[in-house]
Design a protein around this ligand. Structure first.
Ligand code: ZN
Length: 437
């Protein structure tokens, strides 16, 4: 049993904002046993407890390429990313994994969906370090049987195809790690994107993931050059989303990064499947990919989450990702960037019901992210019975006028001015996974 006296800011399970300047949190057996406000006379908490943040899309082996500037998606992958992912083996993979998980926790992230590289050996090291980190992680070895950077493959497997080996290794990793570390680790079949995979590989990956109750994660509709190439490679598919739909990759445990240029028909496909669109606004700006039509995604009632997409996103800081998401949507609205359904939704919206404000962005990185990653019930909130996944931040780092007078102000100051530098301690299941001395 552990008791924390602090300020508290969270959404409850119905996504209503809760703010108590003086609160007491009781943690027991990895869960929040009690969360209650202290009386009016109580001194406001010096530290503010918020729910652990959920990063629903990032790439561990790419971490050293953060802020490698210049170029759009496809050339950027070739120039900066594939050479790095090719190195993800041995002690290098282990040390990089250790650093990455430590940094996730230091940024207040308690759960993440993570791409590894094509090598099983590097993936094993990442899972071992992931187990040690204490974080909740959905991870998978990247699957590529077209255009792979693994140029030693033919030498190592003279009689076998890439798809066959990729499926076998993914199956072995899934068998070992899916549900490991008290359920904190989950496996995701990870076909990189349609351009890196044959139809056969995607089909088999979808079937295996379903059979094993594993996640699927991939990229969808990120850059226009990518979409044109998908159209060329899959001429019989009606659209990009259908390439995955036909392969059986879509479902409620599927995380689709980006979805910037989706058509209405594609959004209906995504919605019907229950798949999650993971919005990555900092990455989309960094690679000049575009602005996601969030009003249309909301209009189609698609499930949503938020991702840093490190290394295309330059930082693991989800507070930064939240505010960039808000800014991009506000500018897109001001410039009437979106048309059709999106435009109608926007013209209906007053300032009060804007597409994405601080509270909705915060919801994406907490409650919705937690659901996307199928975390234990209540995750993403600080409510009794929820897992004790929480972050203590110091508002003095970003708010010269702390404590905020009300919940709306407290949340806006956190989202628009907060950063990783305010994070003091990060807990998962009641256990300290990162903390400043
Ligand atoms: Zn990505």
């Amino acid at each position: 049993m552990k008791t924390l006296d602090c300020a508290l800011l969270t959404l409850d399970r119905r996504e209503r904002l809760v703010y108590w300047p003086a609160a007491r949190l009781t943690l027991d057996k990895g869960r929040i046993a009690q969360a209650r406000p202290l009386g009016r006379k109580a001194r406001p908490g010096a530290l503010l407890a918020i729910p652990g943040l959920v990063d629903a899309h990032c790439h561990l082996p790419q971490y050293p390429a953060v802020a490698a500037d210049g170029g759009e998606l496809l050339p950027w992958l070739k120039k900066h990313i594939f050479p790095l992912e090719r190195r993800f083996k041995g002690s290098y993979a282990r040390e990089l994994s250790r650093l990455f998980f430590k940094d996730l926790a230091a940024h207040g992230t308690t759960a993440a969906a993570v791409y590894l590289s094509v090598y099983k050996e590097g993936a094993e090291a990442a899972f071992e370090e992931g187990a040690r980190s204490g974080l909740r992680l959905v991870m998978g070895k990247v699957m590529m049987d077209r255009g792979s950077y693994d140029d030693a493959f033919a030498r190592k497997h003279p009689r076998r195809g890439r798809a066959e080996v990729s499926l076998q290794e993914s199956g072995e990793l899934c068998a070992r790690w899916n549900g490991a570390a008290e359920g904190r680790l989950r496996y995701a079949y990870t076909p990189r994107f349609a351009l890196s995979c044959s139809r056969e590989l995607m089909r088999a990956a979808g079937a295996e993931a379903a059979r094993r109750g594993a996640f699927v994660q991939t990229h969808l509709s990120e850059s226009r050059a990518e979409i044109a190439a998908v159209r060329r490679d899959f001429p019989e598919a009606r659209n990009y989303a259908d390439v995955y739909g036909e392969a059986g990759l879509l479902g409620p445990r599927t995380l689709l990064a980006h979805g910037i240029w989706l058509s209405d028909a594609e959004r209906r496909t995504v919605k019907a499947s229950g798949s999650v669109l993971v919005h990555c606004p900092t990455s989309n700006a960094f690679l000049s990919s575009g602005v996601m039509d969030l009003p249309a995604a909301r209009g189609a009632d698609c499930r949503l989450a938020l991702g840093s997409d490190v290394a295309a996103g330059p930082s693991l800081d989800l507070l930064e990702v939240m505010r960039q998401a808000v800014f991009a949507q506000r500018l897109a609205g001001a410039h009437k960037l979106f048309s059709g359904a999106a435009d109608r939704a926007l013209s209906r919206g007053s300032a009060a019901s804007e597409v994405l404000g601080a509270a909705k962005a915060f919801a994406l990185a907490t409650v919705h992210g937690a659901r996307a990653l199928d975390l234990p019930v209540g995750a993403g909130t600080l409510t009794p019975g929820a897992p004790a996944d929480l972050v203590l931040v110091d508002p003095a780092e970003y708010d010269p006028f702390a404590p905020a007078p009300d919940g709306t102000a407290a949340l806006a100051r956190l989202v628009f001015r907060g950063s990783r530098h305010a994070v003091r301690a990060t807990f998962v299941a009641g256990k300290l996974v990162w903390g400043k001395a």
